[in-house]
Design a protein around this ligand. Structure first.
Ligand code: SF4
Ligand code: SF4
Ligand code: SF4
Length: 501
């Protein structure tokens, strides 16, 4: 007996349907089918994940997906989703509930409670169409003071390796395996075009993408999949992944069904085996151990590349960040609890970690108080949804942002949160060849470039409105922010005043 009722209903307008069967061919979940007996298209609502593929491609707009209004008896404590999840575990899987993409629960989004300032009368605004605006950003340790040569001239270069970004946006780590090669190709090419960086995630670097090395951040995760000397040499920077916002405290899991062909070859793992990266790095149990790995990677690449350490935003993030800054890392990545993922236990995704806004403000403050803020750059990720979030992140203290879910949306993702099933109808989170080819990298990269350019334009507009002409002047400039509807404690942690003050 199946206790679970479909979450969505597929509504077909038979007056508009011409029976072309496009929907049937497009749905990898096999929700649509043609019934010979009644000579018409029918569907199985239970199989629908609400990805909008059929809705978008139906030539006559005959389809829509609606949320089912089937309901349990009202109960403010036992919500319908909790009851259904319990049935899923007790009557079906007997295992951990899996999910993907970001945390969808209605926890506070502080970006929406922060407002920006603008110039009026004094400190006039700047027109970005007529005056230069500087968005170029350098990530990496900075010297404490300006260095001069024997003639008193400033030495423009310093000894610390830097990542140079044309705009402070990067594509966050998504592994080949969790996403398709066509998605990776789109990200790599867009990063090159925009003068920014994409990140391999923990799946290694496909041989076709080595040519994008100067715009690639290569990741070293606990499983060490695909890590070898040419891989380290290929990237512009190396990222050690300690944690991920969507699933803090646990490792990664690529099912054997997805670890096939070029994915397993790139990862250097046996084909068909589950690629499980452990929760901890088995050689890291302290900041001293982390320091050893950082310097091993620096040594392996002749001290030419910045080393990044990525952690999930958790309760004691400021203290951890302080340790990471002192461990020799050049860049710290803070990944917030709304960050996306290819697969995560649902309960962990929805209940572990803290909002990125609070973590960022607390980390920036702590590093400033300890006088080590210029020792390390801070990059934040975890559901940066628009240029407004991006801008507020910079003003709260970030040097740059990572975008993952937003990049997937630009590639066509419709946030069905079913990446873990490997049947992404949009060709992104899948390895099935017939689905992968739905994402054309020649188009995908253009959409990503458009997004980065659009956000950069908006960044310049907003900066100009404030009378600021460089990202450098915006960074950590919390005077430009005001809170609305926040309590004293929240304002204190964010380090901003309330609107009206
Ligand atoms: S794609 Fe649209 S028109 Fe074609 S069979 Fe499906 S519902 Fe009907
Ligand atoms: S899963 Fe996607 S393609 Fe399939 S029926 Fe639902 S919305 Fe349409
Ligand atoms: S990447 Fe694909 S499977 Fe994942 S949420 Fe987006 S559309 Fe759904």
């Amino acid at each position: 007996m199946n206790y679970i009722y479909p979450e969505y209903e597929i509504v077909r307008n038979y007056d508009k349907c011409i029976g072309c069967r496009v929907c049937e061919r497009q749905c990898a979940n096999e929700a649509h089918y043609f019934d010979e007996d009644c000579n018409k298209m029918l569907c199985d609502d239970m199989k629908c994940v609400n990805c909008h593929r059929c809705v978008t491609l139906c030539p006559t707009r005959a389809l829509k997906i609606v949320k089912s209004d089937h309901t349990f008896k009202e109960n403010a404590n036992w919500r319908g989703d909790l009851i259904n999840d319990l049935y899923r575990q007790s009557h079906n899987t007997g295992g951990v509930l899996l999910s993907s993409m970001g945390n969808p629960t209605p926890l506070p989004v502080y970006w929406d409670r922060i407002l920006l300032n603008a110039s009026q009368v004094t400190n006039p605004s700047i027109d970005p169409l007529r005056e230069p605006m500087e968005t170029r950003t350098y990530l990496g340790k900075k010297p404490d003071k300006i260095e001069k040569d024997e003639n008193g001239n400033i030495i423009p270069k310093h000894k610390y390796p830097q990542l140079e970004l044309e705009t402070p946006i990067m594509f966050s780590a998504m592994s080949f395996g969790s996403i398709s090669l066509n998605a990776h190709k789109s990200l790599a090419r867009a990063a090159e075009e925009c003068g920014i960086f994409y990140n391999t995630g923990e799946g290694g670097l496909h041989k076709d993408l080595y040519k994008y090395g100067k715009n690639t951040i290569v990741q070293v995760a606990s499983g060490r999949f695909g890590v070898h000397s040419s891989y380290l040499d290929a990237g512009a920077a190396i990222e050690i992944k300690i944690g991920q916002g969507a699933k803090p405290g646990i490792g990664g899991h690529l099912p054997g069904t997805k670890n096939v062909g070029e994915v397993s070859a790139t990862r250097m793992t046996p084909e068909g085996s589950d690629a499980i990266s452990p929760a901890p790095h088995h050689d890291i149990y302290s900041i001293e151990d982390l320091r050893q790995l950082i310097f091993s990677l620096k040594e392996a690449t002749n001290y030419t590349k910045p080393v990044i350490v990525k952690i999930a935003a958790v309760h004691n993030a400021p203290a951890i960040a302080s340790g990471i800054a002192r461990s020799g890392a050049d860049v710290l990545v803070l990944d917030g609890f709304r960050g996306g993922t290819g697969a995560a236990p649902t309960r962990i995704r929805d209940n572990v970690g803290i909002p990125i806004e609070l973590a960022l403000a607390a980390v920036d403050q702590r590093l400033r108080e300890e006088g080590i803020r210029s020792d390390i750059s801070v990059v934040v990720g975890g559901s940066i949804r628009s240029s407004a979030d991006f801008f507020k992140a910079i003003a709260l203290g970030a040097d740059a942002v990572y975008i993952g879910t937003a990049a997937c949306l630009a590639l066509g993702c419709h946030l069905c949160r079913s990446c873990h099933a490997g049947k992404c109808n949009w060709g992104i989170a899948t390895q099935r060849p017939e689905l992968v080819k739905r994402l054309n990298p020649d188009m995908g990269y253009k959409h990503l470039v458009n997004l980065v350019h659009a956000w950069t334009h908006e960044l310049k507009e907003i900066m100009g409105g404030m009378g600021i002409n460089s990202v450098e002047s915006l960074r950590g400039n919390r005077l430009m922010l005001r809170g609305v509807g926040l309590n004293e404690k929240e304002l204190e942690i964010l380090g901003i005043k309330h609107a009206g003050e």
